[in-house]
Ligand binder design. Structure first.
Ligand SMILES: C[S@@+](CC[C@H](N)C(=O)[O-])C[C@H]1O[C@@H](n2cnc3c(N)ncnc32)[C@H](O)[C@@H]1O
Length: 294
């Protein structure tokens, strides 16, 4: 079921609540094969992981590809927006010294527990960055966290925190048109490039990996359309069947909330075709133009 079809699905539930079989409706929404039976599998097994296992492998590949952008040698790395700390742990294993920054107390605690060799600083980078030792890092790394950064507050921190010849490594997406910039936390690519250049930052290397992340969006769409929405549909079908009057009463409120609040979050840039057209996912390495001249 596509997100935009969900409100109509609810209206049909109201109409057909007497003749509903919620389970069959859910199977049909999940599978969309036209069949409702169990299927028949060959008995030989393969070692191919399921879709979530493949996704985890893709995340490990992403980490390897991103870390391949680091200059040779071991470094003092500031991992900004470190999430659950897996990448920081990976860098420790490769001999780097890592300080992780995250505003989330849950993430900070998780990193400290699971990766004790990582130094953890809890807070927003734009605040924490002011308190860190000057010139103490060779690399400032943003792994899908750059889009959250207020550029005017964060870019001055690069010069403050980086050692001579230090680099900023960014793996994140950038909006291509000024119209899409502003949705969520997106930075507009051309604006960022102009800003970096005017503040004395040079692009050392860049790689466009948009095509390599699109399968993730396809999987996310499949889970959303093939699982989440059908499950929500199952719960609401049961509701329509068991409490038809209450369902009818709630229907206008539910459809309004779905159409105004939920659908705008589920459609747009997270659809692979829209993302491919409006965004670029880049690995960027930048360094100070002074260092480039040195
Ligand atoms: C999409 S997650 C990426 C996590 C991790 N880097 C990874 O690759 O798995 C974005 C991270 O940025 C963090 N974040 C968001 N705004 C931030 C800010 N202003 N300063 C520091 N971290 C921030 C979030 O808490 C989260 O940990």
């Amino acid at each position: 079921m596509r997100p935009l079809e969900f409100p109509d699905f609810l209206r049909r539930l109201d109409k057909h609540h007497k003749a509903l079989d919620p389970m069959h409706l859910m199977y049909d929404n999940v599978l969309q094969s036209g069949y409702l039976h169990f299927g028949y599998w060959p008995t030989e097994h393969t070692d191919q992981p399921g879709v979530l296992g493949q996704f985890c492998q893709a995340q490990e590949r992403f980490a390897n590809e991103l870390l391949a952008c680091l200059p040779p040698g071991t470094h003092r790395v500031l991992d900004v927006g470190a999430g659950m700390g897996r990448l920081a742990g990976e860098m420790i294993a490769r001999g780097h010294r890592v300080t992780a920054v995250t505003p989330s107390s849950v993430q900070a605690e998780h990193i400290a527990t699971h990766y004790p060799a990582v130094t953890v600083k809890q807070g927003l980078f734009q605040d924490v960055g002011q308190t860190l030792d000057p010139k103490a890092y060779d690399v400032i790394l943003f792994s899908e966290s750059f889009r959250y950064m207020p550029l005017d507050r964060v870019m001055p921190l690069f010069s403050r925190l980086l050692s001579e010849n230090g680099r900023v490594l960014i793996g994140d997406w950038f909006a291509q048109s000024r119209a899409t910039h502003g949705r969520g936390h997106d930075h507009h690519e051309a604006t960022f490039r102009e800003m970096a250049q005017s503040r004395g930052w040079t692009i050392v290397s860049e790689r466009d990996i948009t095509q390599n992340i699109l399968p993730t969006l396809t999987i996310a769409q499949e889970i959303l359309c093939g699982l989440y929405l059908p499950l929500a549909g199952l719960v609401l079908s049961k509701f329509a069947q068991k409490r038809p009057k209450l369902f009818r009463l709630c229907l206008p409120w539910m459809t309004r909330w779905i159409e105004r609040k939920l659908l705008p979050q589920l459609t747009g840039r997270f659809e692979p075709a829209v993302f491919a057209q409006d965004y670029r996912y880049l690995f960027l390495v930048i360094k100070s133009s002074d260092a480039a001249a040195a």
